[in-house]
Design a protein around this ligand. Sequence first.
Ligand SMILES: [Mg+2]
Length: 205
Amino acid sequence: MTIRAALFDMDGTLVDSKIDWLAFRGEVDVPSDGRPLLAQLDELSEEERARGLEVLHRWESRGAASGEMIDGAEEILALLRGHDVACALVTNNSRSSAELVIERHGLRFDTVLTRDDGEVKPAPDLVLQALERLGVKPDEAVFLGDAHLDLLAAKAAGIPETILIATPDWMLEHIPAEMRYTAVKTLREAHAEIERLIGNNSSRR
Ligand SMILES: [Mg+2]
């Protein structure tokens, strides 16, 4: 396997936006049943949905404005760039929040996909769009995320290798037992996994 692209989730993977999604679900009164929040909000009455989206925008904007880079984020992006591996950001967050995060932390991605660009994860849409824009086949990419939604979207897009970082137990419960992925506790551990994958790249040359 030769890695030509790394696709990253944003919140909880590269940036700690300090959003407690379980608490959020409590505030907008939707259950934590493993489905994406936006799909759940779509099922509410028009009034409840409008209120839910308003709360979501407030939480996300606050998260984008005050969140911090997770330890090791700059290093893993630098490692990939140093080996000519393209980097994409694929987030269910809004474009405005993603752009604010990118600007605040001086990040650089070859392409950025947000919920404003298509169907959110766990659908493969945003992942497929990222691969197409980068001109990379699914089996030449690795996905790095922290949620079951990241893994499900990457698998649906045909990406064989996903690294899940510090995934909470309630999310792990929504991953089918037969689905393969690499679980690590920190971004530093993910860094070591990426080094191993890139090592395979060079040995093929
Ligand atoms: Mg996340």
